[in-house]
Ligand binder design. Structure first.
Ligand code: HEC
Length: 179
């Protein structure tokens, strides 16, 4: 179980409860990915955006034009098992791919990272399971004060919530383990 500091847990009991205890460690592990990947929907870097990656077929992030043939032809669908295999050794799973990353040997670090990807993923094409809250940041004058994240409704029918933090570094520090 994981709770959010500052009473957010109380504000969104069901949503906050969905964040697994591994996600906090996973957020740190994701630092090794941020040079090439964003979790902001639609934002591609040298690697494709990873928002909503769970449940999506490999090589199908919208508008990412630089996929290798290897990944386009792989027929892989990203889920916890395939992501684990990919992150352990991308070159072994899909030979000829262009992700310049050697892999993460530690199984627990991979599991944490996948839990984090799952927690921040929009859900998108992965309809199974409860909806996750989105974690966003806004450091402009319209954003929340430092250390005081706010909860806002998002989505066409107001059926999702986003937690907006003042900056990306706050997300990792304010999500704490508990039980
Ligand atoms: C040096 C840049 C770089 C780093 C670091 C990196 N990636 Fe990638 N990643 C890429 C590129 C480029 C691709 C596309 C590969 C291809 O088309 O062959 C990719 C593809 C992926 C895909 C497949 C996405 C899709 O749309 O099918 C996943 C999942 C992924 N990376 C996860 C990660 C994770 C998690 C990390 C951190 C542990 C990471 N990557 C680190 C560059 C990187």
């Amino acid at each position: 179980m994981i709770g959010l500091a500052s009473g957010l847990f109380a504000a969104v009991p069901s949503a906050a409860a969905d964040l697994s205890a591994d996600a906090k460690r996973g957020a740190k592990a994701f630092q090794t990915c941020v040079a090439c990947h964003s979790l902001e929907p639609g934002r591609h870097m040298s690697g494709p955006v990873l928002a909503g990656v769970l449940g999506r077929k490999a090589g199908t992030a919208k508008d990412f034009m630089r996929y290798s043939d290897a990944i386009l032809k792989s027929e892989v669908v990203w889920n916890e098992r395939t992501l684990d295999e990919w992150l352990a050794n991308p070159g072994k799973m899909i030979p000829g791919n262009e992700m310049a990353f050697p892999g993460i040997p530690d199984a627990r670090a991979r599991r944490d990272l996948i839990a984090y990807l799952k927690a921040v993923s929009e859900g998108g094409e992965a309809p199974r399971g409860p909806r996750m809250p989105r974690l966003k940041t806004d450091s402009t004058e319209f954003g929340p004060d430092a250390g005081r994240p706010v909860l806002v409704g998002v989505g066409m029918r107001g059926d999702r919530a986003a937690i907006v933090f003042a900056g990306p570094d706050e997300i990792a520090t304010m999500v704490k383990s508990g039980c």
